[in-house]
Design a protein around this ligand. Structure first.
Ligand code: ZN
Length: 154
């Protein structure tokens, strides 16, 4: 099995059996809604913070397989991390989707499977949706905001 096939398998697996997909989260601190009109992806993301750590993150929404699978992978990566670390990884993922080698490949977990998506510019926003939503949620939390809607335009 080639690396590409393996990554494809990981992405499909997250799409078919998403992790941390839920319409609500007990004691949520922040709820953000992000959309990618280019593809029609919609995402609600809820974050709960305890002691400056991502205690829980859940997402819900609809959209293409890349957007949903990437959010699932993201949720595994950031859960349990302190906020600064989670932001750092979201930034590393963002850079990877713009063609850079990830600085923290080992910490990106299944997120690394999306590296090949960087070759398809129209899908980059799909892969980024969940990661940019969690970044926004953490930044909103740090600024004391509890809800937020963002539309990712060109
Ligand atoms: Zn999409």
């Amino acid at each position: 099995m080639s690396m590409e096939d393996l990554y494809q398998e990981i992405i499909l697996d997250h799409y078919r059996k998403p992790h941390n997909r839920a319409p609500s989260l007990e004691d949520e601190d922040v709820h953000v809604h992000h959309s990618n009109p280019l593809c029609g992806d919609e995402m609600d993301l809820r974050l709960r913070v305890v002691d400056d750590r991502v205690d829980a993150v859940v997402f819900d929404g609809e959209g293409c397989s890349i957007s949903q699978a990437s959010a699932s992978a993201m949720s595994d990566v950031v859960t349990g991390r302190d906020l600064k670390d989670a932001l750092d990884l979201a930034e590393d993922f963002r850079k990877m989707m713009h063609g850079d080698e990830p600085a923290r490949a080992d910490d990106l977990g299944d997120g690394i499977a999306f590296q090949g998506v960087a070759k398809f510019p129209v899908r980059v926003k799909c892969a980024l949706l969940g990661w940019m939503a969690v970044r926004d949620a953490i930044e909103s939390y740090e600024q004391g905001a509890s809800a937020h809607t963002v539309t990712h335009e060109e």
